[in-house]
Design a protein around this ligand. Structure first.
Ligand SMILES: *Cc1c(COP(=O)(O)O)cnc(C)c1O
Length: 437
């Protein structure tokens, strides 16, 4: 399979190259350009096929010219010590729980697979790489956990001092080992600027191999298709008609991965893309115009994205044709009030805690079902984070604190280790060259 930039189709690269480059040099995103039919493989999976088996088969099926069967299995074993779970929420709605990994959010799947691939490719060439990333909180913790202990890779995370939550700070700063946390005396924008400047600094790039692990990386996108296929397989084994997937969306990586799985042959009825007030994609589906704008703050803040970077990939998958996209995806917009009321209602009536992102998907799933009440189509709603990760919002909605997952409770006990630096490019450059030069 080859990959090309969404902007310049002649910029064709291997998976390994796309993984280390992250963004294409023309500013586009790498996406698969080879038509691949894996429907035979997908229909050969049964109820006993484990998530890791499905992940290894798909990795080999997609990337077989770069990763042999044996290597695919090894990468998958390295990546996934955790997996997805399906839990019934009601007769017609199931939650696909994606929060059983180390940072308790679905981003663990992408980050862990990317880390395992990088370790594999670097080991081959006997090189050392540094992942340099700025975080405002959440993505940084998934990246730190995923790369912790990986050979040939060091991670440097910049975060704005005093501007991430205490729990997030602990997740970033307590690992140690190959993970260095830099507490920047400045804002998130300062952190991002410092990272960008390091990537173009001649002296730094001459001495060090710098790479990023941000959410547009192809190595994070592809593995997100694996849990859709796993869930659809369980569904088929229970003799249910192809499901609707309801996807709480921000940057639209998760939804794009589902659409890719459908393209490769996964049976699915359709997708419902759920957003909070940051609704540029539902608006595009309704009116045919894409109008990015500054994000607004909501209670489901991991979905507060005003210019979703994966839209470019999603649109490319449908050849830029909004009608083709509408035939497969519908939009659903949920307000903060509705999100809080949904969390409250499920807690009161079913004793279930939902995190604010998952809650938007659950309400959209209920609405879909209400419109198709005469059918037996079921909805699988992606549960993107553990409710304990968003304690404050869940408590605000229910009056009760959800239990903290064990991974997060353990982190709170550990000691912070961070290096405080000024918000200047020189300070970061000095740190990088002193530490790794
Ligand atoms: C990142 C995130 C989302 C949005 O996912 P995208 O792939 O960016 O659309 C939804 N929920 C949670 C909890 C997240 O962390």
């Amino acid at each position: 399979m080859t990959f090309a930039s969404t902007r310049d189709p002649s910029d064709r690269v291997s998976f390994a190259a796309a993984v280390f480059r992250g963004l294409a040099p023309d500013g586009g995103l790498y996406h698969p350009v080879t038509e691949t039919d894996l429907s035979g493989l997908i229909s050969s999976f049964g109820p006993q096929t484990s998530f890791n088996e499905i992940a290894a088969e798909l990795t080999c099926g997609l990337l077989g010219d770069e990763l042999s069967r044996h290597e695919s299995e090894a990468v998958v074993e390295l990546a996934f010590s955790f997996g997805p779970r399906l839990e019934a929420l009601s007769d017609s709605i199931e939650l696909l729980e994606l929060f059983h990994g180390p940072s308790c959010a679905f981003k663990d799947f992408g980050a862990s697979f990317l880390a395992a691939c990088m370790e594999h490719f670097l080991g081959h060439r006997d090189r050392h790489a540094i992942i340099l990333t700025a975080t405002s909180g959440d993505t940084g913790s998934a990246v730190a956990q995923a790369f912790y202990g990986r050979h040939n890779i060091s991670v440097v995370i910049l975060y704005p001092s005093g501007r991430v939550s205490p729990l997030q700070e602990k997740q970033l700063t307590t690992l140690g080992g190959n993970i260095a946390a830099l507490e920047v005396r400045g804002s998130f924008d300062d952190c991002q600027r410092m990272v960008k400047e390091a990537f173009i600094d001649r002296e730094v790039t001459r001495q060090l191999v710098l790479t990023s692990a941000n959410s547009i990386n192809l190595g994070r996108l592809l593995p997100q298709s694996f849990y859709y296929v796993w869930a659809a397989t369980q569904w088929r084994a229970a003799r249910r008609p192809p499901p609707v997937f309801c996807v709480p969306s921000g940057n639209f990586g998760n939804l794009t991965a589902g659409v890719l799985a459908w393209r490769w042959g996964m049976p699915v009825e359709r997708f419902v893309a759920t957003t909070n007030a940051n609704d540029v994609v539902p608006e595009y589906l309704a009116r045919g115009v894409f109008t990015p704008r500054p994000s607004v703050r909501t209670v489901s803040n991991a979905m507060d994205v005003g210019n979703p970077s994966n839209f470019e990939r999603l649109s490319a998958l449908f050849g830029g044709d909004v009608d083709a996209m509408r035939a497969c995806i519908e939009g659903s917009v949920i307000t903060d009030q509705e999100t809080l009321a949904t969390i409250e209602r499920y807690h009161r009536s079913r004793d279930v805690f939902l995190d604010p992102h998952t809650a938007t998907g659950v309400l959209a799933a209920e609405r879909f079902r209400a419109r198709r009440a005469e059918t037996d189509i079921g909805v699988i709603c992606l549960a993107t984070a553990h409710p304990g990760k968003f304690l404050e919002v869940v408590e605000q909605a229910t009056g009760t604190r959800p239990p903290l997952p064990p991974q997060l409770a353990a982190v709170l006990e550990r000691r912070k280790q961070a290096t405080v630096i000024e918000s200047s490019s020189e300070a970061l450059k000095g740190f990088l060259l002193d530490t790794f030069g």
